[in-house]
Ligand binder design. Structure first.
Ligand SMILES: [Zn+2]
Ligand SMILES: [Zn+2]
Length: 390
């Protein structure tokens, strides 16, 4: 038997969507452009549709439903369900359940549905074209989604919603605009294909191309260029280590329109409980990675004793900071429990508790700062090691 014949069979509907439609777009979109032309409104609406689809996948399917990074009110959920169906990437239920398996078994070729270990093409689109074992639908990891009425409504009416959003709406706009074919091709077809590929980059390129500042335990990368294309999901190394954070670009200046949309929704009262990973944990992950790299470099070049001593001291300091942080966390936890037990009748005691809380907060801030400073020192140490290696 040849290798090709042992592959699972192709799935005709998926082949039509992911292979035939792009081929059709490649021919028909330029043909109509040259023969009739598209106007500015059509281009503008195609971009608006593109963003509404993209943000519904990243903000809705991904961060809300797959990761529960925040809570959303029903009107926002319905919005995501409609425009997410327009993105034609399966129902929320199937998408989010697959994605939870991706995180749980990342890079495991037997269990991650779009494992990067099986190659760039497989993780981009190949995984959807054939009936692979890893695509078997089972929703044991999605009990919360099975009881979400918006998720189940979208799942039940998925085909109708797909056709309405991808054909019905462009058709109506085309009729109003006076160019039905042009609108179907640009707002319907081309927009769909572009959105497919930019969101698929998150599964493919974001596991191959970029930096790994937080962890090397999986293949996910941080990549600013991809963040620009993927509505802010290019900080994938961060996302794989802190998947419940509603932000992927964690710094204020990092391009993450999805996080800006979620915080705007929170401001409007449509979203709540936005989860953020404490800054200390973020700094801790960055520093642990830097220390590991410095240690590897040290081993490689057999560095001089003073540099070894410096690294030893930094490792020691790091362990002390982490221990102190854990201690403060448990102190804070005990105080909160104490308060909930209603032990605070007297005014004096309330003030005392407030003062202690503030003191713990100050200590936590100091620890965060000391980790930031330590990262700068380890950077310098790394430079020294690299100079010695040169
Ligand atoms: Zn990933
Ligand atoms: Zn994710």
């Amino acid at each position: 038997m040849t290798a090709a014949s042992t592959r699972p069979p192709l799935m005709p509907v998926n082949v039509a969507i992911f292979v035939m439609l792009p081929l059709l777009a490649l021919v028909a979109v330029p043909w109509w452009g040259f023969s009739h032309g598209y106007d500015g409104w059509q281009w503008l609406l195609a971009v608006v549709f593109l963003y509404l689809n993209g943000l519904s996948i990243t903000g809705g399917y991904h961060r809300l439903w797959a990761h529960r990074a925040y809570r959303a009110r029903t009107p926002l959920k319905v919005f995501y369900a409609l425009w997410g169906a327009g993105a034609l990437q399966n129902s929320i239920l199937i998408w989010a359940s697959d994605h939870r398996r991706h995180h749980r078994h990342v890079d495991d070729d037997e269990r991650d549905p779009y494992s990067a270990g099986r190659g760039l093409w497989f993780s981009h689109m190949g995984w959807m074209l054939r009936d692979y074992q890893t695509n078997k639908q089972e929703f044991g990891n999605a009990a919360d989604l099975l009881s979400d009425p918006v998720v189940m409504w979208q799942h039940r009416h998925y085909l109708t919603l797909v056709l309405t959003m991808n054909i019905g709406l462009p058709l109506a706009i085309g009729w109003w605009h006076g160019d039905i074919i042009g609108c179907l091709l640009l707002i319907g077809l081309l927009r769909l294909i572009v959105n497919h590929h930019v969101t698929f980059f998150i599964n493919s390129l974001a596991h191959f191309w970029g930096r790994r500042p937080y962890t090397e335990t999986n293949s996910a990368r941080d990549n600013t260029v991809l963040a620009l294309l993927t509505y802010g999901e290019g900080y994938h190394n961060y996302h794989h280590i802190f998947q419940t954070d509603y932000r992927n670009g964690v710094r204020w200046y990092q391009w993450d329109p999805t996080k800006w949309m979620i915080s705007t929704c929170a401001w409007l009262g449509l979203a709540s409980n936005l989860k953020r990973v404490p800054d200390f944990k973020i700094q801790r992950a960055l520093l642990a990675m830097q220390l590991q790299r410095a240690r590897d470099e040290l081993e490689k070049i057999d560095a001089a004793a003073p540099l070894r001593d410096i690294l030893e001291r930094e490792l020691q300091l790091f362990a002390e900071s982490v221990n102190r942080w854990r201690q403060l966390q448990s102190e804070r936890y005990e105080r909160t429990v104490g308060e909930l037990e209603g032990a605070l009748e007297e005014r004096k005691k309330v003030l005392q508790e407030k003062w202690e809380h503030a003191t713990i907060r100050t200590h936590l801030k100091e620890l965060e700062y000391s980790l930031k400073m330590q990262r700068k020192r380890v950077d310098i140490l790394m430079l020294q090691l690299q100079m010695q290696a040169a």
